[in-house]
Design a protein around this ligand. Structure first.
Ligand code: ADP
Ligand code: FDM
Length: 212
C-alpha cells in the first residue's frame, strides 16, 4: 500500500440513541487529532436510489419489502467506489448506520431470515469498528417523541433491537457496545478512545470484506 489508509468506523443503534450527534463530534475530534475525517450516512438520500428510499420512509410511496431491502443495499454499493477512494487517500470515514441497520430492520419484519437479509451486503467494505449505542426504550422515549417516518414505533424498534443483539454475537465483526445513556460528552469520550485506537491499528492493514 502506498500510504496509510483511513479507518471505516460505523455507529449503529436504535432511534434517538445519539448516532448523528456522536458521528459529528467524532469527525471533529479526529480532525483535531490531525486525522482527516468525513461523515457519511445510510441511507444516503441524495442519490436517485436514495430518493426512492426517502419517499418510502416518509410514507409518500409504498415498496414491496424485499425490494426496499435491496434498494437500501444498492444505496450502499453505489457509494463503495467513493468510500474506497477516500479510505485509500487516508481519510477516516465515520458512518451513521450501515449494513447492520439494513439487516436488523428488514429481519424484524415477518417472513425474513437473517441470511437472506445479509446476502446483498456480503463483500461490502468491512468496518474496522462498529460501535453500538445501547439505550433502553424508556431512556430513548425521554429524548422526545417518535417522528412520522416508517419504522418509528416502539413495537418495531424493540424487534429491531433484538435483531441487533443477535448480529452482535458475530465475532468476525469488531463490535463495541457503548453505554449511550451517559452524557453527550461522556459517550463521546468513550467513542473517541475506541476510534483513535482503531485508526492507528488499521492504518497499515488492508480493508476487509464484510461477512466473507
Ligand atoms: P440518532 O441519530 O441515534 O437518532 P440523535 O443524535 O439525532 O440520535 O439524538 C436524538 C436526540 O437525543 C437529540 O435531540 C439529541 O440532542 C439527544 N441526545 C443525543 N445524545 C444524548 C445524550 N447522551 N443524552 C441526552 N440527550 C441526547
Ligand atoms: N434503515 C436504514 C433500513 O431499514 N435499512 C437500512 O439499510 C438502513 C441503512 O431507515 F428507520 C432504516 C433505519 C431508519 C431509517 O433513518 C433511516 P435515519 O433517521 O435517516 O437514520
Amino acid at each position: 500500500m502506498a500510504g496509510k489508509r483511513g479507518a471505516l468506523i460505523v455507529l449503529e443503534g436504535v432511534d434517538r440513541a445519539g448516532k448523528t450527534t456522536q458521528c459529528k463530534k467524532l469527525v471533529q475530534a479526529l480532525q483535531q487529532n490531525g486525522r482527516p475525517a468525513e461523515m457519511m450516512r445510510f441511507p444516503d438520500r441524495s442519490t436517485t436510489i436514495g430518493q426512492l428510499i426517502s419517499s418510502y420512509l416518509e410514507k409518500k410511496s409504498d415498496l414491496e419489502d424485499h425490494t426496499v431491502h435491496l434498494l437500501f443495499s444498492a444505496n450502499r454499493w453505489e457509494l463503495v467506489p467513493l468510500m474506497k477512494k477516500k479510505l485509500e487517500q487516508g481519510i477516516n470515514l465515520v458512518v451513521d448506520r450501515y449494513a447492520f441497520s439494513g439487516v436488523a430492520f428488514t429481519s424484524a419484519k415477518p417472513g425474513f431470515c437473517l441470511d437472506w437479509c445479509k446476502n446483498p451486503d456480503v463483500g461490502l467494505p468491512k468496518p474496522d469498528l462498529v460501535m453500538f449505542l445501547k439505550l433502553s426504550p424508556t431512556e430513548a422515549s425521554l429524548r422526545g417523541q417518535f417522528g412520522e417516518e416508517r419504522y418509528e414505533t416502539s413495537v418495531f424498534q424493540r424487534a429491531v433491537q433484538q435483531k441487533f443483539e443477535h448480529l452482535m454475537k458475530d465475532a468476525s465483526v469488531n463490535w463495541q457496545v457503548i453505554d449511550a445513556s451517559a452524557s453527550i460528552e461522556d459517550v463521546h469520550e468513550d467513542i473517541a478512545t475506541h476510534s483513535l485506537n482503531t485508526v492507528s491499528t488499521v492504518e497499515n492493514q488492508p480493508l476487509g470484506e464484510l461477512w466473507k
